[in-house]
Ligand binder design. Structure first.
Ligand code: COA
Length: 225
């Protein structure tokens, strides 16, 4: 899509969901199934090798069915009416101390995250929310990007590749609609900075540390696709 066309398209107030929601939903579900198939393959191999301990725990009682990973790509209004809202707030609340520490207003968060144009990708297991990301299509430093506002994995589910999977889903959105990449803001003292580096982000040229404000408490990160 040409830059001029893109500008015209995204400058309007229209709902952009039809451009990607169904496609992202399809992609995520397919990837969830691939992950499960891989898991089953490992379980099968363990069973064939006679590793009864692994195979037994993995295969008994249809565990694969119960542990099925599901994904949803929803607009903000659908999330507001969903049963996952309180879990989203519980996970988001982990960020409150950082906002307080840096003098950022946490109370504005609700309006910001549930505003028109915000989209949510939710990861579910046994109908429980185990991770999510919130994003918007935006112009950043004169480039059209998927702007990631939040990305969270539930305690007890960290370190299993779910955060990386959420980044991959954002990349799919960006690629599908011709954005240059993903942008986000991260506090410098948040451990997640290392996670973003590991998943291919780097400090953007217009981030305060590279610009004129090295003491700013945050960095703007970019992942080009
Ligand atoms: C940051 C967060 C999303 C990572 O999710 P996760 O599912 O645990 O991460 P993954 O398992 O997908 O890890 C992907 C890679 O990042 C690395 N990584 C993850 N967290 C890391 C950390 N805190 N420090 C260093 N590396 C980290 C992993 O080792 C892995 O590396 P590898 O691919 O080389 O093996 C999760 O810890 C979280 O929800 N944190 C609290 C919320 C938060 O701060 N979000 C960011 C807001 S801007």
């Amino acid at each position: 899509m040409a830059e001029a066309e893109k500008k015209k398209l995204f400058d309007t107030e229209q709902d952009h969901s039809p451009l990607f929601v169904n496609e992202v939903q399809r992609y995520m579900q397919q990837r969830c199934m691939q992950q499960q198939q891989q898991q089953r393959y490992v379980e099968q191999a363990a069973r064939e090798e006679g590793d009864k301990r692994n195979a037994g725990s993995a295969l008994d009682g249809g565990r694969a069915e119960r542990d099925a990973l599901e994904a949803r790509c929803w607009t903000h209004d659908k999330v507001l009416q969903s049963p996952y809202l309180s879990d989203i707030w519980t996970m988001l609340d982990r960020m409150r101390p950082a906002y307080d520490k840096h003098g950022w207003d946490w109370s504005e968060k609700e309006d910001e995250l549930f505003a028109e144009g915000m989209h949510f990708i939710l990861l579910l297991q046994q109908q429980q929310l185990i991770g999510f990301t919130i994003f918007l299509l935006d112009e950043e430093d004169e480039q059209w990007v998927v702007y990631c506002y939040e990305l969270h994995v539930a305690e007890g589910h960290k370190g299993k590749g779910l955060g990386k999977f959420l980044v991959e889903c954002l990349e799919h959105v960006a690629r599908h609609i011709g954005m240059v990449g993903i942008a986000l803001t991260c506090f410098k003292d948040n451990d997640a900075l290392r996670f973003y580096e590991r998943t291919g982000f780097s400090i953007a040229d217009h981030s305060p540390s590279k610009h004129n404000d090295p003491d700013a408490p945050y960095e703007i990160l970019m992942k080009r696709i």
